[in-house]
Design a protein around this ligand. Structure first.
Ligand SMILES: Nc1ncnc2c1ncn2[C@@H]1O[C@H](COP(=O)(O)OP(=O)(O)OP(=O)(O)O)[C@@H](O)[C@H]1O
Ligand SMILES: [Mg+2]
Length: 312
């Protein structure tokens, strides 16, 4: 069962250099009770994808289907109800998401009473439970605090609890651990795994190793398009797309130096977006855009090395 289906989603911006498609024909299914990882470099279009799904940026094409309804065709009022009640988002910087002048209790109360009238005691009781299940053992104390009294990891736990306070069953986490140290990062990722029993999560990251043992499936995004998608194990253990391989070689590991992909994330004007940086580039790559193909092992790949229906 799919919690969310994204079909051919395209979002373009009018810039000085002309119209740029920040995301270009993205199709993805987020299965119920799973974590779908989205990995790609800075500028790949990850946040534009998240903001488009949330209805914060208008797409030029495509659908986001929730229970069979295209939520992007809803009115702003209807969309506001979906935001929070069905789909919630957390970002990479919990410090800037929390108002420094408000106690955590007020943050909760403000969010929980946007749509529904709720007694303060009722809201705070719910907030206490949410904070506790977000791994904060003394919720009463946290509720009285101001953001500066909390560590980065605690703030992100608070943000997750606030995001879920309106009952969303889909969570979009846009680089939720980017501002945290490695130990705190693992704790927050484990918290996300514990949430997926009742929810479905889209987990966005620039580093593939974050997704290891966390995401069920992984999609690799390059310059606005998905280049490879499969189970996280397939993507990490047997990557096939040259870009996925490059991302994996760029992960720092003990005993070997990471090899960064030469150049920076940019799209070629014609053909495969990655062709300018691809070590296995062929003539066709700069001429034709590769189609998305499903291989026998179930993964999908858009690369001219895999255009025939064969198992790599
Ligand atoms: N409002 C906008 N107007 C014009 N261009 C935009 C706008 N928002 C994003 N872009 C462009 O879209 C592309 C994708 O941006 P996006 O923020 O989605 O990248 P990202 O993958 O989230 O990167 P990062 O890892 O740094 O967060 C970039 O080239 C960016 O400059
Ligand atoms: Mg981003």
């Amino acid at each position: 069962m799919d919690a969310l289906r994204i079909e051919n989603l395209t979002t373009a911006f009018n810039t000085e250099k002309g119209i740029i498609k920040a995301i270009d024909g993205i199709s993805l299914n987020l299965r119920k009770g799973t974590i779908l990882g989205i990995a790609g470099e800075s500028g790949a279009g990850k946040s534009v994808l998240a903001n488009t799904i949330m209805g914060l940026v208008k797409p030029s094409e495509g659908k986001v289907l929730l229970d069979g309804i295209d939520i992007l065709s809803l009115s702003e009022d209807e969309m506001r109800a979906i935001r929070g009640k069905r789909i919630a988002m957390i970002g990479q910087d919990p410090s800037s998401a929390l108002n420094p002048f408000l106690r955590i209790s007020t943050e909760f109360f403000d969010v929980m009473t946007i749509h529904e009238k709720m007694k303060k005691t009722e809201a705070l009781e719910k907030a206490r439970k949410l904070l506790h299940s977000a791994g904060l053992p003394e919720p009463e104390r946290i509720l009285r605090m101001y953001p500066h009294q909390l560590s980065g990891g605690m703030k992100q736990r608070v943000m997750i609890a606030i995001a879920l306070s309106m009952g969303a069953d889909i969570l979009i986490a846009d680089e939720p651990t980017a501002s945290l140290d490695a130990t705190t990062e693992r704790q927050i990722l484990n918290l996300l795994v514990s949430l997926k029993e009742k929810r479905s999560i889209l987990l966005i990251t620039h580093s593939l190793d974050v997704l290891e043992s966390i995401a069920d499936e992984t999609a690799v995004i390059y310059s606005g398009t998905i280049v490879e998608k499969g189970t996280t194990e397939q993507i990490l253990k047997t990557p096939k797309h040259p870009y996925t391989k490059g991302l994996i070689d760029a992960i720092p590991r003990p005993g070997s130096l990471p090899i960064p992909i030469a150049g920076s994330c940019k799209r070629e004007d014609s053909g495969c977006a990655f062709s300018g940086r691809c070590p296995l580039r062929m003539e066709i790559c700069s001429q034709h855009k590769p189609k998305n193909r499903k291989l026998r092992d179930g993964r999908e790949i858009a690369c001219h090395l895999f255009q025939e229906e064969r198992d790599g």
